[in-house]
Design a binder for this molecule. Structure first.
Ligand SMILES: Cc1ncc(COP(=O)(O)O)c(C=O)c1O
Length: 440
């Protein structure tokens, strides 16, 4: 273990015990949830620095509390690193997470009731992209777009819908889309209909940094992200944006900070929707950005995609149906209807066998969200552990064996589940694939 947590152990054995169990599980399991990863020991340590004790409402040199000399330097460092790494005009590193980052963009650029157009939930969009029960649909008028029957997005169809709807905000990005986003096309559509363009890169930030996914920064007014998924930072959020005036503002007014997108975004975060930033989270983000600027990270991103493609190939060989027929990024969306196995049930059996995945709706899923037909898997975490194509072949074989051991919801061959669990434990316990931050 990198940390022995001896103070936690002495003060609170109950929390210590749970933390130990969680750490052990994270080492033993094969983690295929595409939104999860392992933060480095340096990132985890930065989270427990004394920045956790500080209140810092405001921004550098504009705070409401005294004692900010080191917090200011820290936040400016994180901002500079984010701007440089992503090539953005402006960065806000204070969002508590990905959802507040998106809320802030809405708050900055729209008025309640304005029209928004994002990818629908069942097509792989996020709740904050206009889902019926989310603020993004309750306080704004949501007109979701979807992919075709095969799950692929058709950017010409999105354009036609946008020309009809005339949204104020067009959103690209999602949680379960296994292909590349054409951010240039989305930017052109937004421009044509007079909308702001938000690219939410929560899932694919690392792929963009690694040069294996198109970059939205040149095309989007704002780019939002989480910081914990592929980026391997702390749980948190990030907003990047262009330094341009708001739509319709011209002349001298266009030079005023509050009439420009960076000013609006900053004011939306605080005082708009948040209070004091979590500066320990900002410290950990600064560390993660430094790590992501290294050549090893580019190689990591390339391997994430190579692993996803290898895993998809192995699954196709075992007769699984994959939405869009495969993947170009870090994730795979499996539609298990052709196997006669409910997705939610397969996710549970995978877990019993030592493999963590998550149930997920598939395009045009006839089932309710808590009993979906699909399973979503991805390769960021196993790639962080150093797994490569040969291990992906093992995993694909295990998926096939487990599906063959089921009949509908029933496991007909529990011995197969036990066998896969044994083999998975052997792989994760072999010492060849350490978990950064837990066992290095
Ligand atoms: C595309 C996308 N945006 C936003 C979010 C929200 O992030 P958080 O869960 O940190 O609020 C997620 C999280 O899954 C996501 O996938």
């Amino acid at each position: 273990m990198v940390f022995d947590f001896n103070y936690v152990r002495q003060t609170d054995p109950a929390v210590f015990d749970l933390a130990q169990k969680e750490a052990r599980k994270q080492v033993e399991q094969i983690r295929l949830i595409p939104s999860e990863n392992y933060a480095s020991a340096a990132v985890l340590q930065a989270l427990s620095t004394s920045f956790a004790n500080k209140y810092s409402e405001g921004y550098a040199n504009r705070r409401y509390y005294e004692g900010q000399e080191f917090v200011d330097q820290l936040e400016l460092l994180a901002i500079e690193r984010a701007k440089k790494l992503f090539g953005a005009d402006h960065a806000n590193v204070q969002p508590y997470s990905g959802s507040p980052a998106n809320l802030a963009v809405y708050f900055a650029l729209l008025k309640p009731g304005d029209r928004v157009m994002g990818l629908g939930l069942s097509g792989g969009g996020h709740l904050t992209h206009g889902a019926r029960i989310n603020f993004s649909s309750v306080y704004y008028e949501s007109h979701p777009y979807s992919g075709g029957e095969d799950g692929w997005l058709d950017f010409e169809r999105i354009r036609e819908q946008a020309l009809e709807v005339r949204p104020k905000l067009l959103i690209a990005g999602g949680t379960a889309y296994p292909r590349l986003w054409d951010f240039e096309a989305m930017g052109k559509i937004a421009h044509e209909v007079g909308a702001y363009f938000l690219a939410d890169i929560a899932h694919i930030n690392g792929l963009i940094l690694g040069g294996v996914h198109p970059d939205p920064v040149p095309h989007a007014h704002a780019v939002s992200s989480t910081t914990h998924k592929m980026l391997r930072g702390p749980r948190g959020g990030l907003i990047l944006c262009k330094d341009v005036p708001l739509h319709g503002v011209e002349g001298e007014d266009a030079q005023k900070r509050i009439n420009r997108i960076p000013g609006r975004i900053d004011r939306a975060i605080i005082p708009g929707i948040q209070g004091g930033p979590h500066e320990n989270q900002v410290a950990a983000l600064a560390v993660a950005l430094e790590e992501a600027s290294r050549p090893e990270y580019t190689e990591y991103a390339r391997q994430v995609v190579a692993n996803a493609k290898a895993l998809a190939e192995g699954l196709l060989e075992r007769g699984f149906h994959l939405v869009t027929g495969g993947t170009d990024n870090h994730l795979i969306l499996m539609d298990l209807r052709n196997k006669g196995i409910p997705g939610w049930r397969f996710a549970k059996v995978l877990y019993e066998a030592g493999i963590e995945a998550n149930m997920n709706s598939v395009p045009n899923d006839p089932n309710p969200p808590l009993k979906p037909a699909g399973v979503r898997i991805g390769t960021p975490a196993v790639t962080t552990r150093g797994m490569k194509e040969p291990e992906m072949a093992h995993i694909a074989r295990w998926f096939g064996d487990l599906a063959d051991a089921m009949d509908g919801e029933t496991v007909t061959r529990p011995d197969v589940v036990a066998k896969v669990r044994g083999e998975a434990l052997e792989l994760t316990g072999s010492g060849r694939f350490p978990v950064p931050g837990i066992e290095c």
